[in-house]
Design a protein around this ligand. Structure first.
Ligand code: SF4
Ligand code: SF4
Length: 472
């Protein structure tokens, strides 16, 4: 046994929750769980997160240990070597999604605002003509190479209701361009703090409203819930909210928002180290506790209520994104499309991989004198080629670091707090996945059919009986 351990050749990770050990083979994305009477509570320490076999040799029960040893003979738990750290090549012709950010004008001042301070000071006023010119040049260049539809959105660095005249101009331009180009226009989220009759009328005919809420801002919550009544019942309403450090009662927060919205998506807030409220040891421990409590609260619901709750979680939600990936076992090789098939265009006439990076040094090019000049930069890498990620147990569920988060923390390869948050979400989603799979089958069936989730966790997920098939 110790030969196996000391060899460091086994790529297997554990965590425990309740009476179970969860066992993960990162390369194949296979997960099992095993009930055990004598779980060492030290293993539940979130600081340990998902720990490799080599660090818990003495804590893992011998029978599990022996099964792992046997399965390695059949090719399980094999580590993959690290390949070179190649950056992907950015090509404007591959772009399928573009966000136009004409200025930084907003009527709220969220404490965690993703827009760079210096950009806010410099680019309050709109220069919309440049944006239109850029769009025309970009479309002409792209069209000859890429026949796929182009999705356009706007106002990620500003508030749409404060820039609604600009939005309407863009809307008209896109309508005209649609005659010759396949374009879909997506509305950005609004903070719904101040709304005009024009905006209400537009949304009522458009049929979809996305709202971003800062859950620490009571005044915004009050205003939003009042302002929602101005929209027709048949408008689909989607709420985006951030999970913030030291936040309590995550289940109750979803539940509250679900009373007002058709869909709710929550995400951990991306923070730099310069913020007063940070992701640190204390807030990460709290998040771990809160996410476990969230899953326990879900499991207390009746089947009907649980299905309704899960179906009301939006597609951009961080927790259900992990849940879906656990079920589907499809390798995620890039964190997101930023700088691959998606870009943003800022008020400084520069192209960025993501709106969050607008105004940063990470511009991929510039629109000067009516021409697109690219500077041969790309920050995105394949997760297999990032050394820090290559040995991460959840690499294929995560896809690598968020570029915006790296910029905010000035980290080079990964933001370690982001990684810890990812593991917390992975663990809590895995617990729910197994409960649905083993004990709430009818809930799982409805949920995965409605959300079009392919179930690839379709092998024997009990570690004992799975390993028995291999003679262990
Ligand atoms: S970014 Fe962090 S959590 Fe994601 S794969 Fe890389 S090391 Fe793992
Ligand atoms: S870089 Fe980060 S913030 Fe930007 S799109 Fe990707 S995941 Fe989202």
């Amino acid at each position: 046994m110790s030969l196996l351990m000391s060899s460091n050749l086994v790529d297997v990770y554990f965590f425990s929750e309740g009476p179970f050990y969860y066992i993960l083979d990162p390369s194949s994305m296979m997960l099992w769980r095993e009930k055990h009477n004598n779980i060492n509570k030290a293993n539940s320490n979130p600081e340990k997160q998902l720990f490799p076999l080599t660090t818990v040799e003495k804590e893992i029960p011998e029978e599990i240990f022996a099964k792992i040893k046997n399965l390695t003979r059949y090719g399980f738990f094999q580590p993959k070597g690290h390949s070179s750290s190649k950056k992907l090549h950015f090509e404007i012709n591959n772009v399928d999604f573009i966000v136009l950010n004409p200025n930084t004008f907003c009527n709220l001042n969220c404490w965690y605002c993703y827009v760079d301070k210096s950009l806010k000071e410099k680019y309050k006023e709109a220069d919309f003509n440049q944006i239109i010119h850029f769009l025309e040049v970009f479309l002409a260049q792209r069209k000859s190479h890429n026949n796929k539809p182009l999705a356009i959105s706007c106002c990620y660095t500003n508030e749409i209701t404060k820039n609604f005249d600009i939005f309407l101009r863009l809307y008209k331009i896109v309508e005209n361009l649609r005659e010759k180009n396949d374009i879909i226009l997506f509305l950005p989220s609004t903070n719904l703090f101040e709304i005009s009759d024009d905006f209400i009328e537009f949304i009522n005919s458009y049929g979809y409203l996305a709202v971003s809420i800062d859950l620490s801002n009571k005044k915004q919550i009050e205003t939003v819930t009042t302002n929602l009544s101005f929209f027709d019942k048949n408008v689909i309403k989607h709420c985006h909210a951030t999970i913030q450090p030291l936040m309590s009662d995550i289940y109750e927060k979803y539940f509250f928002l679900m009373q007002h919205f058709d869909f709710v998506s929550m995400k951990p807030v991306r923070l730099g180290y310069d913020r007063k409220l940070k992701w640190d040891e204390k807030s990460l421990l709290k998040l771990d506790y809160e996410m476990r409590r969230f899953v326990n609260k879900l499991l207390e619901l009746t089947d009907k209520k649980l299905v309704n709750f899960l179906l009301k979680i939006g597609d951009t939600d961080y927790f259900t994104r992990y849940l879906k990936r656990i079920f589907e076992r499809k390798k995620v090789l890039h964190r997101c499309p930023a700088g691959i098939t998606a870009i943003s265009f800022g008020p400084d006439n520069k192209i960025y991989p993501c709106s969050g990076l607008t105004g940063s040094k990470y511009s991929y090019g510039e629109f000067v004198d009516g021409k697109l000049v690219l500077n041969n930069l790309n920050l995105q890498r394949n997760v297999k080629e990032i050394r820090e990620c290559n040995s991460c147990p959840i690499r294929y569920y995560c896809g690598g670091p968020c570029l915006d988060w790296l910029n905010k923390t000035q980290s080079k390869f990964i933001t370690k707090e982001e990684c810890k948050i990812n593991k917390i979400f992975f663990k809590s989603a895995a617990v729910l996945a197994f409960e649905l799979l083993e004990n709430r089958k009818s809930v799982l069936e409805i949920y995965r059919k409605k959300k079009e989730i392919k179930l690839k966790l379709n092998y024997d997920t009990s570690f004992s009986s799975f390993s028995q098939k291999f003679g262990a």
